[in-house]
Design a protein around this ligand. Structure first.
Ligand code: AMP
Ligand code: GLY
Length: 410
């Protein structure tokens, strides 16, 4: 089978390596570090299956375009991708489906005063989200009421996120442990990848600094057992799938569910319509069996294969450029990748790299590399990940030092 992976980040790199266990893989556009990268557009590539990584392409209808050209695609069309493309649409759908989620209201650019009035009825922490896509950076969670007011004004005036921010969702702040689950959907049912992942979204240690696309991740989460996973499927993912079907949406792709485990039980925070990054790096290599076949069957509309996962643990540390997430500095030479990869159990995935005029690897983005450690338990996986990450350097490289340091306390 030949699989075409669309995208260029760390998630697509780990898709490529995992799919390559059983399939021929090309990646478009990929990056200089990703084997099988090609410069053709997905539409020009002949393949048996197309797997689309990034949300923006899904929201903009790439899956539809490929399907209209008789290609077999794993990834939702623009209709289903609204789950991620519009927070208001997603919240309305899950409310209809009876899924437990934070109380919310949405407001447009003509409703700044109403938005602030609604905020004043909420209690801290305050949560203000751009309705549209914002690369994981459009959500403010703060205990500072004045900051939330300023954020509403900036978003609704289009100042901070342009069009994506000209509608906001203001919601009840939930507290608890955050957990990510991933289901493979074939248009008729959702099948869980039976594990959970913990992302670390804030830029700095101890969850300080701004939200990012994710600074590190680990999986599994020891406190989440199979009964917890089954409960989250029952209260959220199955009803959501039913609601999509009732709305006439043939959803074939990943459904990524972010939950907060509150004192009142799990509540849905968000849906994404693709795999998480860096969650993919901590989950996909642990999938047992033939990932290409699983995704092919789902793309065909009939997933029959079971999804099993190894008992290994993976910890992924994201190495980012100075200035990320606001204005990352680019063009710095990257050192130490071979040494990192030589450590047993360590892998390095490329997220934002390029080649300079001498063919040397340089930084070219916000999140640059994902360094993962795989081992029999989280403690070992974490030691491997950090030993490998410490081999790597460039001018201004940043990483969090507390990824997966919380697991023993929960
Ligand atoms: P989202 O893009 O909706 O996932 O939000 C990004 C991050 O903001 C989440 O991963 C949470 O850490 C945080 N967040 C989102 N919604 C809430 C909420 N209602 N209460 C507390 N934190 C939230
Ligand atoms: N790591 C969070 C995301 O992929 O959205």
């Amino acid at each position: 089978m030949k699989v075409c992976v669309v995208g260029s980040g760390g998630r697509e790199h780990v898709f490529a390596t995992t799919l390559a266990r059983t399939a021929e893989v090309v990646v478009t556009p990929g990056s200089p570090g990703i084997e099988g990268s090609i410069s053709q557009e997905a539409l020009e590539v002949e393949a048996d299956l197309y797997v689309i990584g990034p949300e923006a392409q899904l929201v903009h209808g790439l899956a539809d375009e490929l399907r209209n050209n008789n290609k077999l695609v794993f990834g939702p069309g623009a209709d289903g991708a609204k789950l991620e493309g519009s927070k208001k649409w997603m919240k309305d759908l899950v409310e209809n489906a009876g899924v437990p989620t934070a109380r919310f209201e949405s407001f447009n650019e003509n409703q700044i005063e109403e938005a602030i009035l609604f905020l004043s009825t909420m209690s801290s922490p305050y949560v203000v989200k751009t309705d549209g896509l914002a690369a994981g950076k459009g959500v403010l969670v703060t205990e500072d009421y004045q900051l939330a007011v300023a954020d509403i004004k900036n978003k609704l005036s289009g100042k901070s996120f342009g069009l994506a921010g000209q509608r906001v969702v203001i919601e009840e702040g939930l507290t608890g442990r955050e957990v990510s689950l991933f289901a493979v959907c074939d248009g008729k049912k959702a099948t869980l990848i039976p594990t959970a992942a913990q992302d670390h979204k804030r830029l700095l240690d101890l969850d300080n600094g701004p939200n990012t696309g994710g600074m590190g991740c680990y999986s599994p989460i020891p406190s989440i057992d199979s009964a917890n996973l089954a409960q989250m499927m029952e209260i959220a993912i199955h009803p959501t799938m039913d609601e999509l079907i009732n709305s006439g949406i043939d959803y074939r792709g990943f459904l990524y569910a972010g939950f907060m485990i509150t004192a009142d039980g799990p509540k849905l925070l968000e849906y994404n319509v693709r795999f998480g990054d860096p969650e993919a790096q901590a989950i996909l290599p642990r999938i047992e069996g033939d990932l290409a076949e699983i995704l092919l069957q789902a793309a065909e509309g009939d997933l029959r294969q079971e999804i099993n996962i190894s008992s290994d643990s993976i910890v992924t540390v994201v190495c980012s450029a100075d200035g990320y997430p606001i204005s990352p500095r680019k063009g710095d030479l990257i050192y130490g990748i071979e040494a990192a990869r030589a450590i047993e159990g360590a892998t390095v995935h490329f997220a934002g790299v390029d080649l300079d005029s001498d063919g040397k690897l340089i930084t070219s983005g916000g999140r640059i590399l994902n360094v993962s450690g795989c081992g029999p338990d989280l403690h070992t996986a974490r030691q491997i990940a950090y030993s490998a990450a410490e081999c790597i350097s460039w001018e201004g490289m940043h990483m969090r030092w507390d990824i997966a340091s919380d697991f023993k306390f929960v």
